[in-house]
Design a protein around this ligand. Structure first.
Ligand SMILES: NC(=O)c1ccc[n+]([C@@H]2O[C@H](COP(=O)([O-])OP(=O)(O)OC[C@H]3O[C@@H](n4cnc5c(N)ncnc54)[C@H](O)[C@@H]3O)[C@@H](O)[C@H]2O)c1
Length: 252
């Protein structure tokens, strides 16, 4: 599918994987709407072709208004890349007792429900556009994680949310096939983004050493490159692609 002269929504577009994807799609000629929380937008760089929209992906009314803005851009809304997410780490039974249920629910709410919220409301708008010459109207890319498969100690909530994204991929692709909308998921390994900013250089090096090849952390633009490839490759649908240098995470 063509990127030029279309509109694209990128959630979490003010940071990390989302910011790299927003910049890449804008460079490819898309009008990009980067949905993110106000605090993240405040510190985000201005990028040609990227318009920031303050929105909490878990809020249906905010997302509806933001999706309406993207759908009214004057070019057809074709792409959604869901990158908004949070990744706290807590053990099921820790020194302070059992896992906080509210924290578990919040991670599911942001990572899984938030992605579904944007997917459904944007799908309605994409389905209403004129299809291209192949009857294709759009592509929705969600972000899981290799933690969906190889969740480590402390990742019960995060892995549950990302497992939900993996499970959503095929039925969403099947539901939306009749509208010419493809649904794909990227499951990244360890990518050098602000989510990793808090870890020490030593720990970062040890993470890189655990990756078979290339023996380094992934770069945000490698995620963006894969998102672009998925958008442009019309036969990719209903599948999860790991982008991890063949890393399989150890228990801790
Ligand atoms: N960095 C990695 O190594 C890695 C690996 C696997 C998966 N992922 C996944 O990739 C996605 C992006 O991660 P990242 O590393 O770029 O993180 P990041 O923290 O740099 O960016 C995430 C963005 O999501 C936004 N966000 C959080 N909650 C939101 C909400 N309720 N509404 C709107 N925006 C919200 C944040 O403000 C932030 O700008 C996440 O879903 C993460 O779980 C990251």
């Amino acid at each position: 599918m063509q990127i030029k002269d279309t509109a694209a929504i990128v959630t979490g577009g003010a940071s990390g994987l989302g910011a790299a994807t927003a910049a890449r799609l804008a460079a490819g000629g898309a009008k990009v709407f980067a949905f993110d929380l106000p605090a993240s937008i405040e510190g985000a760089p201005q990028v040609d072709g990227v318009e920031y929209v303050a929105v909490d992906v878990t809020d249906p009314e905010q997302v509806q208004a933001a999706v309406d803005t993207a759908a009214g851009a004057g070019v057809p809304l074709r792409t959604v890349v869901n990158c908004a997410g949070i990744g706290p780490s807590t053990r099921i039974l820790g020194k302070k007792g059992p896992h906080d249920l509210a924290l578990y629910a919040k991670v599911i709410q942001v990572n899984l429900v938030g992605s579904f919220n944007v997917l459904t409301l944007a799908a309605e708008k994409i389905a209403a556009t004129e299809g291209d010459e192949h009857g294709q109207r759009g592509v929705i890319i969600n972000t899981a994680s290799i933690a969906a498969y190889d969740g480590q100690v402390g990742q019960a909530a995060y892995s549950s949310s990302k497992g939900g994204i993996v499970g959503l991929t095929l039925p969403a692709a099947r539901d939306l096939a009749q509208y010419g909308i493809r649904v794909m998921t990227i499951a990244p390994g360890i990518v050098e983004t602000p989510m990793l900013a808090t870890v020490s250089e030593e720990f970062r090096e040890s993470l890189a050493k655990g990756v078979p090849f290339p023996q380094r952390l992934a770069r945000p633009d490698e995620y963006a490159q894969l998102a672009q490839s998925i958008i442009e490759h019309d036969y990719l649908n209903g599948e999860v692609i790991r982008m991890d240098g063949s890393l399989r995470m150890a228990p801790r």
